[in-house]
Every structure is written in structure tokens, then in C-alpha cells.
Design a protein around this ligand. Sequence first.
Ligand code: SDX
Length: 432
Amino acid sequence: MEINKEFAKLSLPNQEPMTLPVITDTMGGRSIDIRSLRKDTGFITYDPGFVNTGSCTSSICYIDGEQGVLRYRGYDIEDLVEHCDFVEVAYLLVKGELPNVKERKRYADLLNNESLLHYDMQTFFRQYPAEAHPMSILAAMSVSLSAFYPEMDDIDPEAQIDFAVTRLISKIRTITAFTYRHMKGEDFVNPSYKYSYCENFLNMMFKSPVIEYVIDPLHVKALNQLLILHADHEQNCSTTAVRLIGSAEANLYASVSAGICALWGPKHGGANQAVIEMLHQAHIEKQSVKEMVEMAKDKRNPYLLMGFGHRVYKTFDPRAKIAKSLCKAVITRNGHSDPLLDMAMELEEVALSDDYFKERNLYPNVDFYTGLIFRTLGIPTNMFTCMFAIGRLPGWIAHWLEWKKDPYQKIGRPRQVYDGPQGRTVKTISER
Ligand code: SDX
């Protein structure tokens, strides 16, 4: 990253022009350093949704929205999905390097040792209605971990990081599986040292005393790849929430719980659930994809094509491409088919040939196909966003830690453009 090699000139009313340093990042992206703008000129900037605003410097994830490139710590997502499992990628995001065999084994042992949930926490589940949305339970249980594991409140990144990170990554998986068992009114299945991270999850979800449950290797491979696809995505809404809460020096559990709540929104991580609901609704109402596209284009109609569009990608989301081929592999095995997959592929084709979508660069994003795979793995629709959270957790943790080590960071507190009433005098209530 370079700064002060180039400068931007800002001409302001009734003031001398201001010279602002230009920062050039490692991939050639350029930004204007406005850190002294208000102090030197009294002006602030206005940028709803932070569309044009960089909140930090970061070396964790790189996205090129025009070229459809996604890299974690410099590695292309396609390479990571093909050659790594989720535990290796979690290690990479948090520590900056891929683990060797010894390091991977140590991480796996830490994840295993921390996979159980405190007995008293297990009683919490029984207090939730079976129809509670799993994300409400996941958010509450995540922040409750700080009550049961208080020693994690003041994490010293150097001394405790492996222990703290693996404990959270392991327990969020157990909490999600226990939530599913509670929804079904079934006993919890504890994790086992015999299984890998993803094998354990599937076993905790689906093992049954009345039928023989055999962990399907294709489902394990698909789950590893899905979690890798979700593992990080630079300064998205939920990661920004985790960074912001962390900037107040709240503990990691509280910050992650805020990230889970942000991810729950249908415009963000909740979209994978919304995609399946959209496809299912159209299927039962025998709606054509052409009708769906026309509804999405009608500005008088709040209907959106869920799983389409992205703030950063203005071409195919590389994760959607990977998820599409994984979807076909998992669903069409042994000649099976799924009418919703057929509808999704037709919808993609029709939308991408429509001027409204082409002019706005609206392509399928990560959520368009992933829900179809989760559904095929037997995961209920209302738990898809929990799966997104399990995947995104290493990314959230990596960003939370990066903020703690950033010498330029301070508590996040944006300014505003005020458009409320000017000074007024209070009248007594009898005068109002
Ligand atoms: C994720 O940030 C990340 O990295 C997020 C994420 C991650 O990994 O963390 O990638 C995960 O959140 C993926 C996105 C999942 N959400 C959806 O699929 C919901 C549907 N998509 C839209 O809500 C929307 O595309 C967003 C929220 C994803 C992006 O919104 P932006 O960048 O604020 O764009 P916009 O709303 O200003 O849309 C620009 C135009 C508008 O039309 P005009 O005003 O120009 O006429 O495109 C239209 C929008 O109406 N538009 C859509 C549309 N998305 C945008 N029209 C129909 N269907 C859609 N899906």
C-alpha cells in the first residue's frame, strides 16, 4: 500500500483548495485519504450505505467486482474450494497462512476439545418455542457463551487466539445442530472425536436411534465447500457490524452475536432462505420465470429476484458459479432431479438475457444456488442462514482481530447530515 505518492485537489466554497493524499492499495485500487477533512475544512462527506467509503485497511479478503475475483489472503476461492477443507480455510483467514499437516492436526484437536456445550446452556434450548427462528437462538446463544466462558472476555490475540477461535468455531456448529434437534423435539447428539468438523455437524443433525444414519461423503464434501464459499467477503454488512461492535472493545462473543443479527436480514444472509421461498412459491403457484422477472422489474412491486444483484459484483459472483456446479453434482446424483433447480437455472437464463438486469449488472450471487444444496443435505429452509453464519464466522473473527491490531483504528462513530428542526423553545404542556 502506498500513500502520499499522488494527491487529489478539492476545491471548496470560500476556502483555499485542499490537497488530499491518495492511497494506492496492493491491487492498484485508489482511495482519497479524508482523515483530516473536517478538522481542516469543517466539511464532512455524505455516503448512505457507505457505497464509496473505505472504513479500514485490510489484508484478509480481496474482491474485484468487475472481474468476478474473490481471494482469501491472496488465494483464489476456486483454488481453496478445490484443494482445502473448511478447517484449513478457517486457519488461513485467522492466521494468514494455510496450515501444514502438524498445524492442521493441532487445530482439529482444539476444535474437538471445545466441541461440547456447557450442560447448563443445553437447558436454554428447551425454553425456546419449537417454531422460534434458529437465528434468534444462535444470536442469543453466541452472546451467552461469554456468561459460561468469561475467561474469553479479554482475548489477548497472541496468547489465547487459537483457543478462543477454535472454541467459538466449534461451539457455533454444536449450537446450530442442537437448535435443529430442539425444533424437531429430539434429544441432542453430542459431537464425537471420531468425526471431522463437517462429519460431526451432519451426525449431530441427523443421527437417529430408529434409523441407521450413514454420513454421506458427497454431503461432507459439499458442506466443506459451502462453508468455504461463505467464509469471508471483506467489509459486508455483518462483518462491518462485527468490526463496529469490536471497535467499542466489546468481547468477541458480543461482536459475533451482532454479526449474526445483521446476517439474518433478507437483504444479506437471509437471502438464501428467501431464494428457496421465492422458487417454492412460484412452483406451487405455477408462475413462469418470465412472470417472476417481470414482477421484479415492476417498480410498483416490492418483489425482488432474491439471490440476484450485489453491491460489489457487477458480473457473476464467483461463488455462484461454484455453487451452481456443486448444486448439479449433489442434486442430480443417481439421476435425481429437483424442479426448483430446473426453475433456478431457467430463471438465471431468462434474467441474464433481460435488459433490465443487464443494464444494472444484476447477476446471481452466492445465495442463489446455495439454498438448493442445503435443502438437498436435509437442512430446513429456516436454518440456511445459520449455515451461512457457521461459514462466515472465521471471517468475522479475522476482521475483529485485525481491527484490534490496527494502529490507525478508533471507535467507529460516523457523522450525519442533519435535516431536523432548528433550535426551538419548549412550551409548557398547557400551552401546547
Ligand atoms: C449477500 O456485501 C456482501 O458481500 C454480501 C454477501 C456476503 O458474502 O457477505 O455477498 C452476501 O448479502 C449477497 C446478497 C444477498 N441479497 C439478495 O440476494 C437480495 C436481493 N438483492 C438486492 O436486495 C440487492 O441487489 C442487494 C441488496 C444485494 C444490493 O443492493 P444495492 O447494491 O444497494 O443495489 P440497489 O438496491 O441500489 O439496486 C440497484 C438497482 C435498483 O434499481 P434502480 O433504482 O436502478 O431502477 O438494481 C435493482 C434496484 O431496484 N435491483 C434489483 C435487485 N437488486 C437490485 N431488482 C430486482 N431484483 C433484485 N434482486
